[in-house]
Each structure stands twice: as C-alpha cells, then as structure tokens.
Ligand binder design. Structure first.
Ligand code: PMP
Length: 342
C-alpha cells in the first residue's frame, strides 16, 4: 500500500471526515458509506475506462472463490477452456473440473502460450487465462483473441496497465496486490453473461446477486472498500494506469538487466517476451547462497524476496506501491551481492 494512503487512513481511523464515526463502525447502508462505495466504483470505472456494458462487483473469497464462481456462472453452455501456464491457471482449471466440464486448451511452461497454441474445444463456453502468473513470474504480453467470452484472472497485475475491458467477458482480481488490503475481490463482467448460472447455484455464488444489489446483498468488506478507494485516488493522482505501466516497465527492467548482465550468477528461465513486470522471479546458480542473500537483504531493509514456497528461488514483487527508488535499491543490492559472492 502507498505510504501516504496508510497515513491518510490512520489520520481518519477514529473519525471519518471529522465526524465522530470511524469507517470501521459505519453501517454499509449508511449515506456516508454509500458515498465511499460510489466513489470507489466510479473511480475504478474511470481508471480502466470500463464501458456501461460491464458491471463492476465487489465480492469476497479471493481469487480462489472465483476459480469456482467462473465455471458455476459461465460454463452452462459448454466447456470451460483453460490456458494453463503456471500455478494459478492450473489451480483454476482443477477447480473447474470439479464443477463442470473443463478442458485445457493450451499449455506452456516458462512463457505465455502463443495465440496459435490456444485451441478451443468445439463447444467452448469461455476462454480462461491468468494474465500474470504471480508465482512463476510469467505475464501475457498480449490479450488472447477468442470467439467465446474471454475470462481473465488479473489478480496480480490489476491496475498496473490500461486494459481494453470491452474485449473481456469477465475479469477478476483479489484486491490485495495493487488495490487494497486482503478481503476484497473485484469482478468486472459483461452484463449479458450474468444470470446463466448452474441450477441450484447458491445465492452468494451467483454474480447476478452482486450485480442486482450493488454488491450489497450482504455486508460487504467496508473497510477494505474504503482503503481501496484511497488507493484508487492515489493511482489517479499519480497519473493513472498508464503511469503505473511506465513505472512497472522501468522497475522490472532494473532487475532483469542485473540478472542478464550477471554472467550466470542470477538466472531467469522465463522467455523474455513473457517476463512479468510485476513479479521478477530468479534463481542463484549457487542455490546455497540464497539464504545468505535473504539475510543480507534484510540488513538493507529489503524484505520478501524469498520465492514462493512451491517454486523456491527468489522473487521480487513490484506492485504499484513499490517505488522506482525501491527497485533501484534492490537492483544495486543484487549487483553488489553478485560482485562480492560471484
Ligand atoms: N490468482 C493469482 C494470479 C494470484 O496471484 C493469487 C494469489 N496470490 C490467487 C489467484 C489466489 O488469490 P487468493 O489468495 O485471494 O484466493
């Protein structure tokens, strides 16, 4: 989270806008909270230029619940088609297999599948992909074309670059990387795709429930929505999603340049065109040095560079709140570590 957002939230934690009530205490149906909710959705619409053909919904349950809601809501007419190229798209595919018919329509390792590799089943109901594989450090450099609705898990590159929302049937993201704290999930769906969920779908698992109630069928995560509003304002003030894109390209290249110039001290297996601008994954050829690197980084206040427990290795996440200076500090540290231990 951007520091100034945390400071602003702290300054009004006990009294919102000088009133004697905290956002933590407000009823979600109060006029004050309605203002917060409305500004948050309006800003999200503005930042992404979301057309009126699409609904913006606030949910809970994170990306994992979306892995179930997507097939429950969209697979009625056929087979959910999944492009699988990392931990999260595989997990979504496995979940869909439990719920409805699902097929793996493309498979790739260390890269995004190319458009020509994606072969839809004859009666595909949607094409699902994960735009940024957070654990594997793989990001699609393009948006797939499909004759069926396109569904994307954009959890880890949400609000990090402009997106042509009109090309998507459904997009979803957990807020906790680039938007707000954990506990809020955003879904953006084409309105005509709603209301076709499987029979006996629980009310809370139908997108239509959220669309019809302004995401207030039950109590939404009010404080998470408020914090996300502050982040959305911050993104707008900083120059919007195209500025976030410029920064993430710069930040990630600071790290990839060190990896590529390290003479094999650092390695990254991802095909260059699919390298993630959000999560820079790398290994040390001498893996025994990795714990030492983590320890030495800590002394420089550089934390969370240990890779995901599934893959090991190292990973630097460059979400929007990470500044160019932060990325520069890590880049300098990596250079120095390679010089002294190489
Ligand atoms: N999709 C992606 C791309 C993710 O990075 C994550 C979590 N890091 C998830 C889904 C799962 O999200 P959650 O923990 O919110 O269920």
């Amino acid at each position: 989270m951007p520091l100034e957002v945390l400071e602003e939230a702290a300054s009004e934690l006990t009294g919102w806008h000088g009133k004697g009530i905290s956002v933590l205490e407000m009823s979600h149906r109060s006029a004050d909270f309605q203002k917060i909710y409305e500004e948050c959705t309006a800003l999200l619409r503005e930042l992404y230029a979301i057309p009126h053909t699409h609904e913006v919904m606030f949910l809970q349950g994170g990306g994992h619940l979306q892995f179930a809601m997507v097939p429950l809501n969209l697979a009625q007419s056929g087979i959910g088609n999944y492009a699988v190229n990392g931990v999260w798209s595989r997990k979504a595919f496995k979940e869909a297999e439990k719920i409805s018919s699902a097929a793996e329509c493309a498979c790739a390792e260390f890269r995004a599948p190319a458009q020509r590799d994606i072969r839809l089943s004859e009666n595909a109901s949607y094409l699902y992909y994960c735009s940024n594989e957070t654990v594997n450090g793989i990001q699609y450099p393009y948006i797939p074309e499909a004759t069926v609705p396109l569904v994307a898990d954009i959890s880890s590159d949400f609000l990090s670059k402009p997106l042509p929302i009109e090309r998507f049937g459904l997009l979803f993201a957990g807020a906790q990387k680039n938007f707000g704290p954990a506990g809020l999930t955003v879904a953006i769906a084409r309105k005509d795709l709603l209301g076709h969920e499987a029979p006996r779908t629980p009310t809370m698992l139908s997108y239509e429930t959220y669309a019809k109630s302004d995401s207030m069928y039950n109590t939404p995560p009010t404080f998470a929505i408020y914090l996300s509003l502050l982040v959305a304002r911050w993104i707008k003030k900083e120059g919007g999603v195209s500025e976030m894109q410029r920064r993430s390209e710069l930040k990630s290249s600071l790290l990839y340049d060190v990896i590529d110039a390290s003479g094999g001290f650092y390695t990254n297996k991802v095909e260059k065109s699919s390298r993630s601008k959000m999560n820079v994954v790398f290994n040390l050829t001498d893996a025994a040095l990795e714990p030492l690197m983590i320890e030495e980084a800590k002394k420089e206040d550089i934390v969370s560079i240990k890779g995901h427990r599934i893959l090991g290795g190292m990973r630097a996440s460059l979400y929007n709140a990470v500044s160019i200076e932060d990325a520069q500090a890590l880049s300098d540290f990596m250079k120095e570590f390679a010089r002294t231990h190489g």
